[in-house]
Design a protein around this ligand. Structure first.
Ligand code: GDP
Ligand code: GDP
Length: 436
């Protein structure tokens, strides 16, 4: 989760100037048509030691005096709920105002770090005049000039100390953990042996060890992979009953530990309920998925066989429409080499990050070209979307009615994200969060 930093303050104190200062360049003119809320002012900032999402909560519409306080309250409430750190900005030139005092009172109750900024302190003279702000009873002020870049970097230093440490996405160098699941006799052991026969096994399961998490580490194209629970898969000669039990309970445990799950089907059989149960679990567990249709050699094929089989899999596993399908033979080795290529591809999507501006370009298009149905007679308004995590890619969407976003609309948004970004092989996770 990238932390969120929100700038709060009256109109004209210099919020958008600071926003641009932190961004490092002027943002392009916002070309929203009149009437469209302009509060989608956010940016991914990654030029300092820690990345964060900056939100300018700006009051953009011209405000009358009585609207001002209300708007300030809304801004501050949003910031208090959603932000990890709040930058509360005041203006040395206009001095301390009643609205400032009111907001400061609200912010004092919040348990999150608040930075009190006094802006437009362009020179030393104003530095002394900003003393009146101490009547707010705040320990530490930052006197800055957003316009002339005075004091801003000192403030950013302290901000970096305050922001939580987020592990930078080193996802890519890491180990890819693969689980191989499927009913008994579909050919899991044969596949695993084939895979390991092709690749360099670094650590082999020791014979005779108990079957608790015996994994096999192997290298392919200089990248490390971990095959989960190879002992469980390779163990043979037990009663059918035991194998049956293994394939459900243990499959679930292997799935939990995996990044990418190979769901193995037997090309000779139809899709059974057990296949569906296991695949459903892969989806719900939020893991990347590849269908491996094994024993392709054993089928009498004509031109239509391939297409019909794809259709069958898509029909039976509707919710897994994003998972690639491979047709292989563990017996002949046909297309076994494609398995790791496919694992790499879905792993890349599983750990992928899309910038907030890209997400919002697509999100805005999607919500404007097809509105969500009214909920409780009210319009469902969407503010902005941001990716907050990977494995699987997860997005937070801010809306006025988080409880009322219908499943079908969520699916619509997921599909639009997929059209735009791909995300082949990985589920996507959307979370709706409220703000009024
Ligand atoms: P916002 O409404 O809070 O986003 O404020 P803006 O960033 O649009 O700034 C309002 C006005 O204050 C603009 O004319 C800016 O040029 C000016 N301004 C912003 N920062 C400074 C500063 O540090 N010093 C001075 N003198 N003016 C500033
Ligand atoms: P598991 O129970 O899922 O681990 O399945 P096994 O790997 O033990 O395979 C079950 C049976 O299917 C064995 O008799 C294998 O020889 C056979 N088998 C595995 N893969 C293939 C394949 O690609 N083609 C054919 N024709 N038979 C296979």
């Amino acid at each position: 989760m990238k932390p969120i930093v929100a700038i709060v303050g009256r109109p004209n104190v210099g919020k958008s100037t600071l926003f641009n200062r932190l961004l490092g360049h002027r943002r392009a003119m916002v070309d929203d048509s009149p009437g469209v809320t302009r509060d989608r002012n956010y940016a991914d900032i990654s030029r300092f030691d820690k990345p964060f999402i900056l939100i300018d909560t700006g009051g953009f519409e011209p405000v009358t005096e009585d609207r001002l306080l209300q708007q300030m309250r809304e801004q501050s409430t949003m910031a208090m709920e959603e932000a990890d750190v709040i930058l509360f900005m005041m203006d040395a030139r206009s001095g301390l105002t009643p609205a400032d005092i009111e907001v400061a009172k609200m912010l004092r109750r919040v348990k999150k770090p608040v930075f009190y900024l006094v802006n437009k302190v362009d020179g030393d003279k104003l530095e002394h005049e900003s003393a009146e702000f101490y009547t707010l009873g705040v320990d530490r002020f930052y006197t800055i000039s957003a316009e002339h870049n005075r004091g801003v970097l000192d403030m950013v230093d302290d901000l970096m100390d305050t922001l939580p440490d987020v592990a930078e996405p080193s996802d890519r160098e890491e180990l890819t953990k693969i689980a191989v699941v499927g009913r008994p006799n579909v050919g899991k052991s044969s596949l695993v042996n084939r895979l390991l026969g092709y690749e360099r096994v670094v650590a082999n399961p020791t014979a005779g060890t108990t079957r608790d998490s015996v994994d096999t580490l192997f290298m392919c194209n200089k990248k490390p992979y971990l095959l989960i629970d190879t002992a469980g898969i390779r163990r043979k000669g037990k009663t059918v009953e035991k194998l049956e039990k293994y394939s459900v309970v243990d499959a679930l445990r292997s799935i939990e530990r995996a990044d990418v799950v190979l769901v193995v089907l037997n090309a000779e059989d139809g899709v059974t309920e057990q296949d569906e149960r296991i695949a459903g679990y892969v989806h719900e567990a939020g893991k990347a998925c590849v269908f491996v249709i094994n024993k392709w050699d054993a089928l009498d094929k004509d031109n239509a066989t391939f297409g019909l089989y794809v259709e069958k899999v898509r029909m039976e596993f509707k919710y897994l429409a994003y998972a690639p399908i491979l047709f292989v033979s563990a017996k002949t080795g046909q297309r076994i080499g494609k398995i790791i290529a496919s694992v790499d591809e879905v792993m890349e999507q599983y750990t992928r990050r899309v910038s907030t501006s890209e997400v919002n370009r697509i999100f805005t298009e999607a919500t404007e070209s097809h509105h969500a149905p009214l909920a409780h007679g009210r319009r469902v308004k969407f503010y902005f979307a941001t990716q907050v995590g990977t494995r699987p890619p997860s997005f937070v969407i801010f809306t006025n009615q988080p409880e009322s976003v219908h499943f079908s609309y969520e699916r619509y948004l997921v599909n639009r994200f997929r059209e735009a970004f791909g995300f082949n092989g990985t589920p996507l996770h959307l979370m709706f969060r409220g703000r009024d």
